[in-house]
Design a protein around this ligand. Structure first.
Ligand code: ADP
Ligand code: MG
Length: 316
C-alpha cells in the first residue's frame, strides 16, 4: 500500500452565507495524478488554498505527508510545488531571475540552485526566452514560466490549478506531457481543471466536484461504469417522423432519444449492436441520413447523469 500524501477530512469552508466547501473529503496516495474536475465555482481553488493553509476554514482536518498542515508547516511546504490559477510572477525580473527567485525560497545553496533553474528552464522549453521579462511572453509561455517557478525546487507534491486555461494547443500539450513526466520521475500530482478531456488524458484518479461537494470519485473507467450511458449514437437526419422516433426509442437498451431537426442522438445503456438496430429502423422507414457516429461515454456524461447539468467542456 502506497503512503498517503494528502488527506482532507470533512472540510467545510464558508464565505459569509456561501458554502464553498461542504464536508469535502479526499485521500491521495503517493504516485497518483489526482484530478479535481468541476465547473467554475465548484470549489477547486478553495480546496487548494485550504490544503496549503493559505486560507482559514470552518471545519475539518488536513494532513500532508502524514502531518497536520498549518500556516507554519514550512518543512512540508518546501516539499510542495504550487502552480496557481492566476499566474504569479514578478514583472521586473527576467524568466531566469523569476525561476531563481522562487527556487531560492527553498534551495539556498547557489550551485545547487543553478542546477535546478537550468533544469526547470529546459523542462518547460524556455531556453530561448531566459532573458525576457514576463510581459514579453505569450500566454502559453507565461504559463510555462509559472510552472517552472513552481517546480524548480523538485517538490514531491505538485499542485496545478487550471494550468491550461487560455493556453495555445502546443503549450497545452507540452504542459500535459510535462506533468506526466514529472509524475514518472516520482512526483505526486494534484491537477484541477474544468476540461474533462485533459483530466481523462492524464489523471490516474478523479474526483468530480459540484457546488463544494464531491459527487463522484474513481478512475475514469470506474466513473463511467457508475452511469447508465454506455453508448451515444448520433445520426444526421433532416426528417424524422414521430412514429419512427418512437420506434427507435422502443428498441432494446435505448433509454433516451433527442432530436433537434438536424441530428438525432440516441443514448443506450449496455447491449451490443445498438447502432445496427437503430439504422435498421431508419432503413425500414426508407429515411435517408447523413453522417453517423457512435461515442463511448465521457466524463461529461458522468457529470450530467449525477448532477443533471452539463459540465462545460468546450475549449475557451
Ligand atoms: P473553482 O476554483 O472551482 O472555480 P472556487 O473555489 O474559486 O471555485 O470558488 C468556489 C465558490 O466560492 C464560488 O461560488 C466562488 O464564487 C466563491 N468564492 C471564492 N473565493 C471567494 C472569496 N474570496 N469571497 C467570496 N466568495 C468566494
Ligand atoms: Mg479555480
Amino acid at each position: 500500500m502506497k503512503p498517503t500524501v494528502v488527506k482532507i477530512d470533512n472540510l467545510v469552508k464558508r464565505y459569509g452565507e456561501l458554502v464553498a466547501l461542504d464536508h469535502f473529503s479526499l485521500e491521495i496516495k503517493e504516485g497518483e495524478i489526482f484530478g479535481l474536475l468541476g465547473p467554475n465555482g465548484s470549489g477547486k481553488t478553495t480546496t487548494i488554498n485550504c490544503l496549503l493553509s493559505l486560507l482559514a476554514y470552518d471545519k475539518g482536518e488536513i494532513e500532508v505527508f502524514g502531518k497536520e498542515m498549518t500556516p507554519v508547516s514550512y518543512d512540508t511546504k518546501s516539499q510542495i510545488g504550487v502552480i496557481m490559477q492566476n499566474v504569479a510572477v514578478i514583472d521586473e525580473l527576467s524568466v531566469r531571475e523569476n525561476i531563481d527567485y522562487f527556487c531560492g525560497l527553498y534551495v539556498l545553496d547557489k550551485a545547487k540552485r543553478k542546477e535546478c533553474v537550468d533544469w526547470a528552464i529546459g523542462f518547460v522549453g524556455l531556453e530561448d526566452f531566459e532573458n525576457f521579462r514576463p510581459k514579453k511572453l505569450s500566454g502559453g509561455l507565461l504559463r510555462r514560466l509559472n510552472i517552472a517557478c513552481g517546480i524548480a525546487h523538485k517538490p514531491r507534491l505538485i499542485i496545478l490549478d487550471e494550468p491550461t486555461v487560455a493556453v495555445d494547443p502546443q503549450s497545452r500539450n507540452r504542459i500535459l506531457e510535462g506533468i506526466q513526466q514529472l509524475n514518472r520521475e516520482g512526483a505526486t500530482v494534484i491537477y484541477t481543471s474544468h476540461y474533462m478531456e485533459e483530466v481523462e488524458q492524464i489523471c490516474t484518479r478523479i474526483a468530480i466536484m459540484d457546488k463544494g461537494r464531491k459527487v463522484a470519485e474513481g478512475t475514469k473507467d470506474e466513473l463511467k461504469s457508475m452511469i447508465r450511458n454506455t453508448e451515444s449514437v448520433t445520426i444526421e437526419i433532416l426528417e424524422l417522423p414521430e412514429d419512427v422516433r418512437a420506434k427507435i426509442a422502443s428498441q432494446p437498451h435505448v433509454y433516451e432519444t433527442e432530436y433537434d431537426g438536424n441530428k438525432l442522438t440516441v443514448r443506450c445503456s449496455g447491449g451490443r449492436h445498438n447502432l445496427i438496430r437503430i439504422l435498421g429502423v431508419l432503413q425500414e422507414a426508407e429515411l435517408g441520413f447523413g453522417r453517423v457516429y457512435s461515442e463511448l461515454p465521457t466524463l461529461n456524461d458522468v457529470f450530467l447523469e449525477i448532477t443533471g447539468t452539463a459540465l462545460r467542456d468546450s475549449k475557451e
